[in-house]
Design a protein around this ligand. Structure first.
Ligand code: GRF
Length: 191
């Protein structure tokens, strides 16, 4: 039976797009749905292009996890990929999907992680700290922001002249190059 992934995203969805493309026609793994808490998220249009159903729900829906769990079970979801999802995953979902939820953080954890460290905040903090490197961290998700076990990291160099935006662009390239591949390899090893 194919392994079934649901993607949770709140924003533009460029990483989600890479997943849609990467798993298109894959014989063993498929993207079956997208969940978002943002009705204006760019990921909605991207998913429609691939005929992937999108579920839009407000913050209250996410707060205890019971209703999302019912839907995830109905869709027989095996793995969850967070691709720029802005809300903390409720404990019941983390327990049910223990070691089966992935996140990507746009910095080299454990530095520059935790609550409030998202989007441009991360790259500005990296720049202000005068770091010579940044990069990506792909990790499993637990009940705390950015604290789950890291399964892959890759670094990129930062030049002194790089702005926070330049750092963001370098990191996003690494995200697109690695996230779907690392998730695929993890799933294949676990089955
Ligand atoms: C990425 O930078 C990712 O690291 C972070 O959220 C951003 C999502 O970007 N978790 P996009 O919506 O995939 O373009």
């Amino acid at each position: 039976m194919k392994k079934r992934i649901s993607i949770f995203a709140s924003g533009g969805g460029s990483n989600a797009q890479v997943f849609f493309e990467h798993f298109l026609g894959n014989e063993d793994i498929e993207i079956v749905s997208v969940f978002t808490n943002n009705k204006s998220a760019g990921v909605i249009e991207r998913a429609k292009t691939f005929n992937i159903p999108v579920h839009v729900y407000n913050r209250t829906f996410w707060s205890d996890g019971e209703v999302p769990i019912t839907l995830l079970k109905e869709q027989q979801v095996d793995y969850i990929v967070l691709a720029g999802f802005m809300l903390l995953i409720p404990e019941p979902i983390v327990s049910l999907y223990s070691d089966k939820i992935f996140n990507i953080h746009p910095a080299l954890l454990p530095k520059f992680g935790g609550q409030g460290m998202y989007g441009s905040h991360v790259h500005e903090a990296v720049k202000s700290a005068g770091e010579k490197q940044s990069g990506i961290s792909i990790h499993l998700v637990n009940e705390e922001y950015d604290k789950g076990r890291i399964i892959y990291q890759e670094a990129c160099q930062i030049e002194p002249s790089d702005s926070a935006q330049d750092i963001a662009s370098k990191v996003l390239k690494l995200e697109h190059k690695n996230y779907a591949k690392v998730v695929e390899s993890y799933i294949r090893k676990s089955t």
